[in-house]
Design a protein around this ligand. Structure first.
Ligand code: IPE
Ligand code: IPE
Ligand code: MG
Length: 241
């Protein structure tokens, strides 16, 4: 692999899917698949740093996932809590800025406090920004952005004309991803070919890559192979080359 001359994506995003099927194949509980998936997060984070990717974002829990059995929700939130505490020193050692984005009002007070602590302690790090989308959905994000915009209009009627001149690039700042570049590449594991309400606005021009590998088996080798695939893509943005 010619890593030196390769086109490296600035922002890679992953829809981490297939934990349940990975566990089922082994006759294990779905929760075992989620626990193994944490190892893939670690491996892909390391690989992203090694490849020179600046933003790695992971779809960990959708707004729709609140419809799963409470025991599975508790396991997933518990894993999030535990991993964050365990990884904090590794984030500091490796220059990783950690962020959680999503509808945080639905998370427990304990989890929110741990997230705030981890975000605050890593906010100066710049080697890699690791974003976990938790209780997130694309439609929710666009709607909360629209509500913020409407509230600003109501607060500042004298600026009505200026605000109504809003362009797509200006709308970005109302989204929870404000300040974060749009994903260059969105990977979905486990063979499913849908976005499941993920980054609907921000992914407007992302390259899409669907892998049959189940998330717990998606490690450094698979991540590097995805970087090679991306390097061969021709991004035209509607223009003629
Ligand atoms: C991804 O794996 C994890 C989450 C969506 C939280 P799944 O739990 O969706 O696994 P499958 O799709 O049932 O195999
Ligand atoms: C998408 O996976 C959400 C995450 C990976 C967090 P799901 O397994 O929930 O998606 P569907 O139900 O197959 O669309
Ligand atoms: Mg799934």
């Amino acid at each position: 692999m010619e890593t030196d001359t390769m086109k490296v994506p600035v922002h890679v995003s992953i829809i981490m899917d297939g934990n349940g099927r990975w566990a089922k194949e082994r006759g294990l509980e779905r929760t075992a698949g989620h626990a193994e998936g944490v190892e893939s997060v670690r491996a892909c984070t390391e690989a992203a740093v090694e490849c020179g990717v600046k933003y790695l974002s992971l779809y960990a829990f959708s707004e729709e996932n609140w419809g799963r059995p409470q025991s599975e929700i508790d396991t997933l939130m518990g894993l999030m809590f535990k991993s964050m505490i365990e990884e904090l020193s590794a984030f500091a050692d490796n220059g990783i800025r950690f962020m959680v984005l999503g509808n945080r009002s639905r998370l427990s007070g304990e989890l929110n406090a741990a997230i705030d602590d981890c975000m605050e302690k890593t906010m100066e790090n710049r080697t890699l920004t690791l974003i976990v989308f938790l209780s997130y959905s694309g439609k929710w994000d666009i709607l909360q952005a629209a509500k913020k915009f409407a509230a600003e209009m109501a607060r500042h009627p004298e600026r009505g004309e200026e605000l109504m001149a809003l362009e797509p690039s200006g709308f970005d700042r109302y989204l929870v991803t404000s300040g974060i570049p749009d994903p260059d590449l969105i990977i979905r594991t486990s063979g499913e070919m849908r976005l499941s309400n993920y980054l609907l606005w921000q992914g407007a021009y992302s390259e899409l890559l669907f892998s049959d590998v189940l998330w717990p088996d998606f490690r450094k080798r698979e991540f590097r192979a995805a970087m090679e695939t991306y390097a061969k893509r021709d991004r035209r943005y509607g223009k003629v080359k």
